[in-house]
Design a binder for this molecule. Sequence first.
Ligand SMILES: *Cc1c(COP(=O)(O)O)cnc(C)c1O
Length: 391
Amino acid sequence: MIRRGRGLVQLPGPTNIPDRVLRALARPSVDFGTPGFAELVAGCLDELARILGTRGRVYAYAALGHGAWEAALVNLVRPGETVLVPETGRFATGWAEMAESLGIRVVRVPTDMRRPVDPGPVEAALRADREGRIRCLLAVHVETSTGIRHDPRILRAVLDAVGHPALLVVDAIASLASIPLEMDGWGIDVVVAGSQKGLMLPPGLSFVAAGPRALEVARTGGQPRRYWDWRGRDGAESYERFYGTPPVQMIFALREALDMLAEEGLPAVFARHARLAGAVRAAVARWSESGAIGFHCLDPDARADTVTALAFAPGIEPDPLRERARERYGVAFGGGIGPFRGRLLRIGHLGDLDEAMVLGALGVFELVLRESRVPYGRGGVEAAVAALAGR
Ligand SMILES: *Cc1c(COP(=O)(O)O)cnc(C)c1O
């Protein structure tokens, strides 16, 4: 079948890439050894620091988010030392498993994965650590597998209440440049981020921002490392900053994306994400009236403005719905991952997105529900329109 029009990726990553960014990626190579290119890189990293709200250092890697996870761990934690991980979903557990494969001990705090992290058990785990073995608290800001936003400020408050010196290390891969995040203001020591979500770039660049306490730990602590080592990446030359050839076209693309964010203004970027997320939630709430579909996240205030996870009544399989939306109508939705494989459908709503795209994606989903004879509350798109119209 020949399909016309433009496909949409309503995935929580990779996200839709704006034409301006695609054009930047198509630029020819340049000599990266010039002062001009070094300034381009430095300017991008400075701007990322501003977006993150930190006076700390931002390191960029030609790597996926998983690489940035590893970078944070090997710079901060020795084999045999301990990290604390609230198990909020597939990404938190994946990070914990990575730590274990690096010889790091992991104290897990289970959660029900349908609500934001409960500070009580985290506090108990910190209090139980009388010898101060826990070096880092690893937390995921938006747990992309569940669509739940976990406020890092709550974890900061718990660390402070206990007086525990562990560093607060936050995965902001699904929240950077989409919803508010104030690294220094919220007392976060390290932020891990990636390119293919709010930054509207392809996968392949990732970032770790480190504040003064983390940099101090990394000076003498952490594991044997080279590529990831912050200490080797402070030089002015872009070859040093990347510990090898800088990914030239990705840096052009990053510059373009940062310009686009600056033109719109971060507060407006956040407001757009909140508005569009509100439209998605209005549609889902209407569809839910049948009882066959519902929000995975049971706390309305913790539903993330970047991704919404839908749960289904027994007997309704989300994956065939996704397949039909993708193959017949060119709209890709995310599936369930980790413990939620085959059970959830995730609508990504972050990055380069507007009303037309969101309404189109919601309309296609409603069409697929109808064609698939899934019982759903009628009028989801109308509810989204009403939310966008402000009534
Ligand atoms: C996407 C994502 C990751 C993984 O990023 P990769 O680039 O695929 O390695 C990690 N954490 C969160 C919260 C994510 O959304």
